[in-house]
Design a protein around this ligand. Sequence first.
Ligand SMILES: Nc1ncnc2c1ncn2[C@@H]1O[C@H](COP(=O)(O)OP(=O)(O)OP(=O)(O)O)[C@@H](O)[C@H]1O
Ligand SMILES: [Mg+2]
Length: 583
Amino acid sequence: MLKTLLAQVKEYKRDSILAPIFITLEVIMEIIIPVMMASIIDQGVEKGNIRHVCIMGACMIAVAMLSLTFGALSGKVAAKASTGFAKNIRNAMFTNIQNYSFSNIDKYSTAGLVTRLTTDVTNVQNAYQMIIRMCARAPFMLIFAMIMAFLINGKLALIFLGAIIFLGIILVLVVSNAHPIFIKVFRKYDDLNASVQENINAIRVVKAYVREDYEISKFQKACTNLYAMFVKAEKILICNTPAMQFAMYTCILLLSWLGAKMIVGGSLTTGQLMSLFSYVMNILMSLMMISMMFVMITMSRASGDRIAEVINEKSDLTNKENPIKEVKDGSIVFDHVSFAYKQHTEEEEEADVLRNINFQIESGQTVGIIGGTGSAKSSLVQLIPRLYDVTKGSVLVGGVDVREYEMEALRNEVAMVLQKNVLFSGTIKENLRWGNKEATDEEMIHACKLAQADDFIKQFPDGYDTFIEQGGNNVSGGQKQRLCIARALLKKPKILILDDSTSAVDTRTDAMIRKAFLEEIPSTTKLIIAQRISSVQDADLILVMNEGEVTDLGTHEELLSRCEIYRDVYESQTKGADQDGSK
Ligand SMILES: Nc1ncnc2c1ncn2[C@@H]1O[C@H](COP(=O)(O)OP(=O)(O)OP(=O)(O)O)[C@@H](O)[C@H]1O
Ligand SMILES: [Mg+2]
């Protein structure tokens, strides 16, 4: 985990190293000041040497200024290094997520990925900043102060040693108790984020079902839970403060008492006692910092793991060496294909979603796919543009196994309108250009005419420049589907797959789309998944799917005469139409 994260420091290495160096210089300055203080009192004040007081005073001001400058510089480079580090981590995560295959995406929840990209990165960023500033400061301060104390008076320095041991034990106890709670806190955080995201995404459904109160109480419960956890963790952390105070006052008491005795006995000067007091503060401060550092590391360790997981996730679809870049034609062959979605939880067995599929489609044919919900129609067509890899057998496009192609080349030739399709916020034109960056206005209008979208687009006041809201919320379901079809058409693909893409379009428009396809793009292989038999009955070939298998294939007439499932569906649909009086 550490290696993955540290690899992202990159161009901020210089700043990351400079920060502790500046800190060390700052600490050295801070350590010198008490020595000068002692000298002013012992050599200057007590002996009445005003000149010495002035010189030393001036030096002290200079050293203090230097210390301030180094402090400021270290703060600046540390901030730059840590924010830059966070930027690099986010970039690395996002870039890798773009490479994920569908099956990688199945593994992470959207909320999980967003939390990882935001909160988790912020945690690591804070911890990193703290570490590069404190890792030098606290130990240096501790060691220097101890050395100076021993140099001044070995016996009194033993008091400090006692305090350090006492506080060290407390620290270990606090951190080891707080760590497990923090891990839980961050898991709860995740749940909270997930619930917020789910709610906001589905806010319309929440409203439609009048579930606001339920959602509010669910959220409040998650918040209260988180609050309770945090309080518990903080309660443990807070034990640090009384222990610190106890150690500090004990040290001061002992120092005053033993120090006074020594001064009277002549083995210690007043100035030396003064600087020892400063060192007590330094030592205790650095112990405090070390404990804070441990807490920070504890808190960010879980986040670091979660980030590393995203960065290290390998896409399970890769291009072969020397992949083929040209798709010859739009023919499709399924040769003994079986397919299973990968299960990401260990216990579950992988069950085959598709079993032993065999069929051939010639270039330019129109093929309908019919089958009940869950009969794996979507799963079947997703194998053609290689959104998933087959488990057994092979899928050939243009006579070549899809795994032999360069993925980009293949997907440019196989346009797929996904069942769960989305439009992005932006104008209609911008959305259409997803299909083809260089599309001219004429090409766009032509594609929209084919998809029967031109008419309604022209009725919008802004026409093709109409702004589509996030998720396409300001167009109707059927309009959205037609825009998605137009977007796919702009690719001028050799194979066009429509996964239930006209389900929200009325039957007449649906028929017009199919007619336009037949006339305008005859050489494109068209795969149409539909619930309505009317959408596929003119097709050259119809596949009937049932529970992951192709039960039968043939033309409408052939299937009507021999396939029982097909006949049942057909009759139920036509009967329904009769009763509607529309036939
Ligand atoms: N991403 C996925 N991960 C795991 N299992 C999945 C995934 N997508 C679909 N499945 C499972 O695969 C089976 C077939 O689903 P598929 O979406 O292919 O059916 P479908 O025929 O397209 O249904 P519908 O007509 O409702 O769209 C279902 O049992 C479903 O639970
Ligand atoms: Mg489907």
